[in-house]
Design a protein around this ligand. Sequence first.
Ligand code: ACO
Length: 322
Amino acid sequence: MNVKIKGTGSAVPKKCVTNDDLSMLMDTSDEWIRSRTGIESRHLAVEETTTSLATEAAKRALADAGITADELDLIIAATVTPDRFLPNLACEVQREIGAQHAVAFDINAACSGFLFGLGTAAMYLTNGVYQNALVIGAETLSKIMDWNDRSTCVLFGDGAGAAVVSAEQEKGGILSMVQGSDGARGMVLNCDNRPVNNPYIKNDTALAYVSMDGQAVYKFAVRTVPESIEAAVKKAGLTIEDIDLFVLHQANYRIIESVAKRLHQPMEKFPTNLQEFGNISAASVPILLDNVKNRGMIRTGSRIVLAGFGAGLTWGAMVLEW
Ligand code: ACO
């Protein structure tokens, strides 16, 4: 059985905040942010929640795939910013779209989350356990940012992307996948949860926010991403030149340029949307995939690499034939 993406969808909050808007709130500038990251604006949730964005993206992906929520067997939501500890985001989306027959659970692999979700769904589909799955990447990262820390808060945004994947006899779909993790380097990008607090230990620690060693993350990304892409392409029995599009996690334009250079591929094969949306962690890859599809850049037979990388550390690359 092959696993194919049948539909995609995305949603971002209404409020668009430019670099100039941020420079009114903190000591930063459009020039600093743009020259180091390529980011020009980001969308921040005001009325929206992770659940509402995920639900909107899911509805659009279902409509694009031409299937109803009733036909879904599985929902996997990748997020580091669910609205609640309980219930999980996938169950909240299940309720909102009425996918009564689906099994629903979340995974957390930060910016690699959508890739890991897609890989997990593919295991169920190739083995004949389920027929149709919905994989979502959704975040409201703005709620875990320290808005007094200009070195992190300017980089991130909010939004959601989703894909409907189905088991098919037809050739193509997911050709290969590689994944990796390195918990030993995990603290270079972290955000603490609530501390232990019970009748035997009192903890009044203030809420924690995202903290990052930007240069360490940069070095990790520019080395690991091309390596994982090369490994996935080789596993698919293809060469880098056979790939039409590289849909990478949208952390930083300079990281993407460096990956393109290391793979000896033109930037035209590396679509980006970080200029408008910034870094949306697990939502980056599915939103960009949806944008690229809507821009008419994907045709039947197109060979596409999806690549995610981020906190954990985690990384993953997948080769698809559309
Ligand atoms: N505006 C103005 N000045 C700033 C800002 C800001 N928003 N943020 C930091 N600065 C200042 C710092 O205070 C510092 O000033 P100083 O020299 O007087 O101390 C100076 O700019 C340089 O700071 P650095 O942190 O050294 O800046 P650097 O050139 O390394 O750029 C950046 C930071 C853009 C984060 C870079 O390290 C990078 O691209 N890292 C990749 C990490 C990344 O993209 N992370 C995204 C999340 S992870 C993921 O999704 C995989």
